[in-house]
Unconditional design. Structure first.
Length: 446
């Protein structure tokens, strides 16, 4: 059987037009239609075909290049330049334009705020196409490395020490420059001195910005390269990273809202992320679901107060451990008398409140009762005060949410969580090979 062989020197009677480079059902046409449907003025990208000077590249074509490239894991300006010259779908998408990497990088730099709004407009378009239902939202976070080294994360004392060294170095350089000026035969070396002085002053400015960041936040350590990121632990080790929050719709698993945050855990993110997702949706969701990492009663209470069904297990519920006969859940709380009764019927009275963590502490009325109890050593071993239990200020909300999570309908919603909210992270990290951000600063990362 004969082989089909290619011949790049074969003459064609009529050359193909760029329109014929891709098939009618090629996915790239969806990206083309999507960007064509975007309101660039609303995004903040100004179009003025009457600009004076050298013609610039069509902003719509540049946006198509970035959005399509990001969707297929091509993020760096140099790689986008290569695709625009060699990849048929990219060539078709931007009509044969060949912007260089500097032009691509400059467009991205000037339109950071506009580009991060694309996801919001994409979600609204999907709502019109009935691809997003907005009834059930899933929230999850994943750590993605920042464009910075964990070794460049320091505390306030380190930065203050560096400022002192730099001030001394700048004084020495200024003295050397002044000495050179007095000696005409060595004027040539003042260029080197000025360069060193400029480097020292720029470094001092960077360190001063890091010190200013301490005043604006309660963080104990800040990264010198990217002050907005934080050192975080993950399965891949400890790295300077961002905690990327994602809110995904149940219907087709599409992302409604995404945001990088410097928080090392998810405990303070639930209410904020659901609220921001509601800004995109035409109306608020009926159910909001997340894993036990979001189990912060104060945060969950904010969404529960809006009449939304909150499906988030506590750490105890997520662990699947069976309750012991003397766990706190077995103690009965008396609302009228503000006290607890242990399984043996002994009373625990209010002792104190920890305002920082919002907990009220209760202890056995007479510690001798614990010593004489048949469960001494099992229920408690505390010889000073006997058995203690704690109660949150909004413990009633916690109990309500625990009960809600145990319902059959809630279990069905929670069972869908992994397939919906974790799948996009897997695609982004594994298929698109996105294991780190290229830009620095939270605005660039967004």
């Amino acid at each position: 059987m004969a082989y089909r062989t290619g011949n790049r020197h074969q003459m064609a009677l009529l050359p193909k037009s760029i329109e014929e480079y891709v098939e009618k059902d090629d996915a790239v046409r969806a990206y083309d239609a999507f960007v064509e449907a975007l309101d660039l003025d609303q995004l903040g990208i100004k179009i003025n075909p009457c600009n004076v000077g050298n013609p610039s590249y069509d902003p719509q074509a540049m946006l198509k290049l970035l959005v399509y490239g990001y969707s297929y894991g091509v993020r760096s300006s140099r790689k986008l330049e290569r695709e625009a010259k060699h990849n048929m779908s990219f060539i078709w998408l931007i009509g044969g334009l060949k912007p260089n990497h500097k032009t691509i990088a400059e467009f991205r730099r000037k339109n950071k705020k506009a580009i991060k709004k694309v996801l919001r407009q994409c979600a609204r378009l999907c709502i019109k196409l009935d691809l997003i239902g907005g009834n059930v939202l899933f929230v999850d976070g994943s750590k993605i490395r920042a464009n910075a080294s964990a070794g460049r994360t320091h505390d306030k004392a380190w930065y203050e020490e560096q400022i002192r060294h730099l001030d001394q170095r700048i004084d020495n350089l200024l003295a050397e420059c002044e000495a050179v000026d007095k000696q005409e035969e060595h004027l040539g070396s003042s260029v080197t001195m000025d360069k060193k002085l400029g480097q020292a002053e720029r470094l001092k400015q960077t360190i001063q910005e890091a010190l200013d960041a301490f005043k604006e936040s309660d963080r104990k350590k800040i990264n010198q390269t990217d002050p907005d990121c934080a050192n975080m632990h993950s399965k891949q080790g400890s790295h300077a990273s961002y905690n990327v929050q994602s809110v995904v719709d149940e219907k087709a698993g599409l992302i409604v809202h995404a945001e990088p945050v410097p928080d090392v855990n998810d405990r303070k993110q639930f209410a904020e992320q659901i609220t921001k997702a509601h800004e995109v949706l035409p109306e608020q969701c009926t159910s909001a679901c997340a894993d036990a990492g979001y189990a912060n009663t104060d945060e969950l209470a904010k969404i529960d107060a809006e009449g939304i069904e909150v499906v988030v297990p506590t750490q105890e519920q997520a662990s699947g451990k069976t309750e012991t006969p003397h766990a706190k859940q077995q103690f009965r709380y008396d609302h009228e008398k503000d006290c607890f009764y242990c399984p043996e019927g002994h009373r625990l009275i209010y002792a104190t409140t920890d305002g920082k963590i919002g907990k009220r502490f209760y202890q056995i009325e007479d510690k001798k009762l614990c010593f004489r109890c048949r469960y001494w050593g099992i229920c408690t071993k505390n010889k000073k005060s006997g058995r203690k239990v704690t109660r949150l200020k909004n413990e009633a909300v916690k109990e309500k949410l625990e009960s809600l999570y145990r319902k059959t309908d809630s279990q069905e919603i929670y069972a869908k969580r992994k397939n919906r909210v974790e799948l996009p992270f897997g695609h982004i990290k594994r298929n698109l090979k996105m294991d780190a951000f290229l830009l620095r600063g939270r605005e660039g990362v967004k």
